[in-house]
Design a protein around this ligand. Structure first.
Ligand code: SF4
Length: 240
């Protein structure tokens, strides 16, 4: 398949497709993300102040008019924009664009100005208001591949970059490239309805690349020109 506007010749661009017709709003992806990325739980009171730390939020909205209404769910995470508004505003270069199309975050550089959070039109970044606490035995489930961020740090989804790197290193040792579908962020692996699909948007034969050409595909707030790496598939239509 020939390359088009979704693709570039500049190597890999990791992307996530979210099929809204498949999402049931179960939030298994949110829980998986918490477990994989050592996200703290802030409790009901602080969550009411908007201080939750989820890297994926499931938005609920209603479609249609009563009595023919249907609940729809939209998972929102960092959109991994190629023209990311969060990057140029960081005064210490803690957030930057990597060579695989990811909007990466260097936690031990972050000084917590929250400029990036203000600049993000998707509100995908969360601020760490508290020193994280993981009472015993929760420390046993901390992922050793991921740092535990301290108070004052802005954090967000990175498509589980630790999983990407693990597969890439293993594949390199075997003298090959990762195969399509071999890398699975925690949310993708956990989703019971396969609503999330991950892969290289620049590979014209990858599953995400082909889904990106579906007539159901769209990106959030395209008028802003951010060019997100998260592609949604509209719900409610049968033909792809
Ligand atoms: S796990 Fe899958 S079905 Fe459940 S909320 Fe997440 S994306 Fe939707």
């Amino acid at each position: 398949m020939a390359k088009d506007a979704n693709q570039s010749d500049e190597g890999i661009r990791w992307a996530l497709v979210v099929d809204l017709d498949r999402c049931t709003g179960c939030q298994a992806c949110v829980v998986a993300c918490h477990a994989e990325n050592n996200l703290q739980i802030v409790g009901e009171k602080e969550a009411a102040y908007g201080r939750w730390t989820h890297w994926i939020i499931i938005h609920r909205y209603w479609e249609g008019e009563y009595p023919n209404v249907k609940a729809r769910f939209m998972p929102i995470m960092c959109q991994q924009c190629s023209e990311a508004p969060c990057e140029p505003v960081c005064p210490v270069f803690a957030t930057y664009h990597n060579e695989e199309g990811l909007n990466a975050q260097i936690y031990n550089r972050c000084i917590g100005t929250r400029f990036c959070g203000s600049a993000c039109p998707y509100k995908a970044r969360v601020y760490n208001w508290f020193r994280p606490e993981f009472p015993e035995p929760l420390t046993e489930q901390l992922n050793p591949d991921v740092s535990v961020r301290t108070r004052g740090i802005m954090e967000k989804c990175t498509f589980c970059i630790q999983r990407i790197r693990r597969v890439e290193i293993d594949a390199q040792a075997e003298g090959r490239s990762p195969t399509d579908g071999e890398i699975q962020p925690a949310c993708v692996q956990t989703c019971p309805t396969s609503a999330l699909i991950f892969g290289d948007l620049n590979d014209p034969n990858s599953h995400v690349s082909q889904l990106a050409h579906s007539r159901r595909s769209f990106r959030l707030l395209p008028e802003l020109g951010t060019d997100p790496g998260v592609i949604y598939l509209k719900g409610g239509e049968v033909n792809v």
